[in-house]
Design a protein around this ligand. Sequence first.
Ligand code: LLP
Length: 421
Amino acid sequence: MDHFNYQGGVLCAEDVPLTRIAAEVGTPVYVYSAATLRRHFGLFRQALDWTDHLVCFAVKANSNLAVLKLMGDLGAGMDVVSGGEYARARAAGVPGDRIVFSGVGKTVAEMRQALEGGIRQFNVESEPELHALSQLADSMGVTAPVAIRINPDVDAKTHEKIATGKSENKFGIPIARARQVYAEAASLPGISVVGVDMHIGSQLTDLEPFRQAYTKMAGLVRALRADGHAITRLDMGGGLGIPYRRDNSAPPLPIEYGQVIRDTVGDLGCEIEIEPGRNIVGNAGILLTSVIYVKEGEGRNFLIVDAAMNDLLRPAMYGAHHDIVPVREPLPGTEVQPFDVVGPVCETGDTFQKGTQLPALAAGDLVAFRSAGAYGAVMASEYNTRPLVPEVLVQDDHFAVIRARPTVEEILNRDTIPEWL
Ligand code: LLP
């Protein structure tokens, strides 16, 4: 459930008509609903209310400071994967002891930043990283809390570009080598082993891969405890999928996901961390865009909108589907026709959807891409020198621009022409 509904014939974000945002901010623009964010976060918390837990929002899904502040104020932790994301979480007021640091390529500078600023745990993904962290922490006279990311070799049954839990993926340490690496970690200075971490992929619409992976995790925790390690924390990663199509059967709910965690690792007495991103913010956001032209093609009509692949990369990159809906509510019985919905960028890949059934639309009409709150604005670029798409946050009947659209002048000012040219 989200808070984007038609009211009085106009699609609204909570109680704000999207026409108002388009008029005041222009298009394209991302629009997020605070109530939806709060609701989704609450569902995860509820799903784990049977145990000590921390819901760490995956910052990569949407890293706007206002979104992070909203989540942080609800008590969320943060899962970060770069020094930049760490800085964002801190700038949004999230204390270091609620931040976990994931990622296969943490640099020494990033690890230092987190050790100095405060960190709940590093999710370590390789032995070289473990050694680098040990050396650094030891030289700083501090101890780094560590969970080791285990690759359980489980097929997440999702898009190949976002599956991370198979042995051929670059992530984590093979489960067969886990005991050896934990033994090594325990012997290193500056390292305190606190837990086990896994993340098997994103947009999972079936609970079975989670069940398989977490069952393997439970077996490993027992083995590690027998080896003398005090495992007190389990990071289950993120990955629970969302419905991208309204007309389709819905993926499992957070409460069902929480039950899988309880069934598999619930008896180990560990504190549970999860790292959901998409499920919290995906359906809390839309990308609002205007029709520039309706162009008649050979046997097809193109709807050329002012959003493009640089603003919402997912369709071009993963062949992803986002429902496209008109902002003016079509009257019941309105005829629809197929459109290829495309952006202005000079690549055929800049196609959002082919043959989408929409009512007749004209230049200036507004349409919205749904389910665009996750991996939308964060993956945007200025390709074709299209100013970085702005973001708006709605709460009840008011809204604020939470990232302004840069002017072309600001963009040009970032470049420098060397004096010797
Ligand atoms: N934790 C780790 C270690 C991750 O790598 C990810 C996502 C998450 C948590 C959050 O997963 P989520 O709950 O959002 O599924 N750009 C792609 C998605 C990439 C996901 C990368 N890792 C897309 O647009 O579909």
